[in-house]
Design a protein around this ligand. Structure first.
Ligand SMILES: Cc1cc2nc3c(=O)[nH]c(=O)nc-3n(C[C@H](O)[C@H](O)[C@H](O)COP(=O)(O)OP(=O)(O)OC[C@H]3O[C@@H](n4cnc5c(N)ncnc54)[C@H](O)[C@@H]3O)c2cc1C
Length: 477
């Protein structure tokens, strides 16, 4: 594990900018600012940078804690362009096929190229062939519109529509709509709730700009940005939780940490949960009432259970495909659970020693965070449920397990302080997406928000864009 943290004696009493949180948005924002000559400090509560984009090691197996792949890492796409601007060289492998969606009665493999995917769907659903052409043309135009800074007419057209409403306006075939909806777990809300714009941002990003895996694991991606930040003169404090944001007359003046540091700055960027920012860190300070009421009424996205398995080299995993496994054929997705299963060692064998294998499973969770009384009991129950499901696809899997670990929504909370372990910031529903999501600016004129709780939304590609935008807002002033 690389040590990025500063020696206490090197911390200055005042910086140009302090970034709260070393999630990917905070790292990207800080690195652009440091590259432009600003004196920047990033403060992170965890011992490693990356937020949800981190990895951990057990007995030689490298497990990615949350993120499984990153959209848009090609040289013309958002992440690719950003890394080029910052002169960061991370090696990526493109996923091909991109994914698979599996239902009890049928499955579809999703190719890496969007045109191949459309052709495949046309062959499978010939009566919808023309509609498929129109839909993907419209979906791609909508995706492009999300990069425009103006109020583009495509965004106005779809701003109030759910993804289901959009699909219903193009297609009659229910099975086709199921296929086109089956990856909703990547954005966290089912088709009848998720915003058409939000689903488009995620899906077209993967289909058009590619899904990629950073060689050696997702921590390598976060570490490469953190290293570049330091190379440009930035300072990072790890294992340091920000305890208070000190404000005076709608201006943020400084921060204090749990360890007793008090540091001032001219500008602040919060890459952390805005409820924590405004309710916990500013407790007792005068924050605009309407803004606080909005924060109270907004809803966080779902959280997940995760299972990490390190397996011996004898196991045969040919029957497992990377992708979503839905437990029912329900077209509404209302009564089906899903498992997102991947074998990261199929993509990058260096993640496990001696030809051994890794299986990583993300499991949808129906249980409400606040209803779970005993997290240890919940963890054991979910472990058993997930292993039983895997046993149906890979008989005898239990006999091959060398390492087993698991994470619950509580674990995700503990490592990132995202409320209730929210995977994607606010839920990506119509009333919380695009112009309805929190803006980067806040009632405090020198405090900005970057990351998945603000625009453009969740996922690594989106938060890279978020951090980049906030850096530009600061540098343009
Ligand atoms: C299980 C799971 C799987 C996912 N899979 C994918 C995927 O495959 N691809 C993809 O693109 N996206 C995926 N996502 C979503 C993606 O991980 C997030 O949207 C994204 O990483 C959020 O980045 P962020 O910069 O906004 O902040 P975060 O990653 O939430 O980071 C915030 C940081 O702030 C720190 N912090 C919080 N409070 C404080 C404080 N008081 N003081 C100091 N530091 C603090 C935290 O420790 C954390 O490091 C997944 C999410 C989950 C949970």
């Amino acid at each position: 594990m690389r040590n990025f943290s500063l020696d206490k004696s090197e911390i200055k009493p005042k910086y140009d900018v302090i970034v709260l949180g070393a999630g990917i948005a905070g790292l990207i924002c800080g690195t652009f600012l440091a590259k432009s000559g600003k004196k920047v400090l990033i403060i992170e509560q965890h011992s490693i940078p990356g937020g949800y984009c981190t990895s951990f090691k057990r007995k030689g197996f490298v497990f990615d804690a949350a993120v499984h792949h990153i959209g848009g890492c090609g040289k013309w796409s958002v992440v690719g362009r950003c890394l080029k601007e910052l002169d960061i060289n991370t090696k990526f492998l493109q996923l091909d096929p991109m994914d698979s969606v599996n239902f009890p009665s049928f499955s579809v493999d999703i190719p890496a190229e969007i045109d191949d995917y459309v052709d495949l769907l046309k062959k499978r659903f010939p009566s919808e062939s023309e509609n498929l052409s129109s839909f993907f043309k419209e979906f791609t135009r909508l995706y492009r519109a999300t990069f425009s800074t103006e109020r583009h007419k495509m965004l106005v057209k779809y701003q109030d529509l759910t993804y289901k409403e959009m699909l219903d306006s193009f297609f009659a075939d229910e099975q086709l709509k199921m296929v086109l909806s089956a990856q909703w777990g990547y954005i966290g809300s089912p088709p009848h709730e998720v915003s058409a714009i939000g689903m488009c941002q995620m899906l077209v990003n993967y289909l058009k700009d590619g899904a990629y895996f950073p060689v050696g694991g997702t921590q390598n991606f976060a570490d490469a940005i953190a290293q570049k930040f330091i190379d440009y003169g930035g300072h990072i404090m790890l294992s340091s939780r920000v305890e208070k944001l000190l404000t005076e007359d709608n201006i943020t003046k400084g921060v204090t940490t749990e360890k007793g540091d008090k540091i001032a700055a001219d500008l602040f960027v919060s890459n952390i949960d805005p409820r924590q920012t405004f309710f916990n860190l500013m407790e007792g300070n005068a924050v605009d009432d309407a803004y606080l009421r909005k924060l109270e009424t907004m809803k966080e996205s779902v959280s997940f259970f995760l299972l990490y398995l390190g397996l011996d080299s004898q196991i045969d995993l040919k029957s497992l495909k990377r992708g979503f496994y839905h437990t029912s054929n329900s077209t509404s997705f209302s009564d089906n659970d899903w498992f997102y299963i991947s074998v990261p060692t199929d993509v990058d064998s260096s993640l496990a020693p001696d030809n051994k294998q890794i299986i990583s499973v993300v499991v949808s969770s129906r249980d409400y965070y606040d209803d779970i009384e005993d997290w240890a009991v919940y963890k054991d129950k979910m472990k058993e449920y997930t292993i039983n499901y895997l046993e149906d696809i890979v008989p005898d899997i239990q006999g091959h397990i060398e390492v087993i670990d698991a994470a619950t929504p509580k674990t995700l909370y503990r490592y990132t302080l995202n409320s209730k372990g929210a995977a994607y910031g606010w839920a990506v529903t119509v009333d919380q997406t695009w112009s309805n999501r929190l803006p980067h600016t806040t009632p405090f004129e020198n405090l900005f928000l970057a990351g998945h709780w603000t625009n453009p939304g969740p996922g690594i590609c989106a938060v890279v864009s978020s951090g980049w935008r906030v850096a530009n807002m600061i540098l343009d002033n």
